[in-house]
Write a protein of this length. Structure first.
Length: 73
């Protein structure tokens, strides 16, 4: 919906602040290309955590796939 508003109308809206999930600083939500993060730096640090498998979801270990190649067979 915010995409349909003109720039002058956006300035009249109250700026919603959210807590940056990376550092905890307040971050403006509307018009922020890095939302919900406060900066590009925090956004990239979070992306790096995902890429390095720093975030994990608890659960049972996955069973090995049946079609995996085993050179010992």
């Amino acid at each position: 919906m915010l995409e349909m508003l003109e720039e002058s109308q956006l300035q009249d809206l109250p700026m919603k602040q959210v807590k940056c999930p990376a550092c905890g600083k307040p971050a403006t939500y509307a018009g922020n290309p890095d939302r919900p993060f406060c900066s590009e730096r925090c956004r990239l640090l979070d992306l790096g955590q995902w890429a390095d498998e720093g975030y994990r979801i608890a659960g049972k270990p996955a069973a090995p796939e049946q079609n995996e190649y085993d050179p010992g067979e």
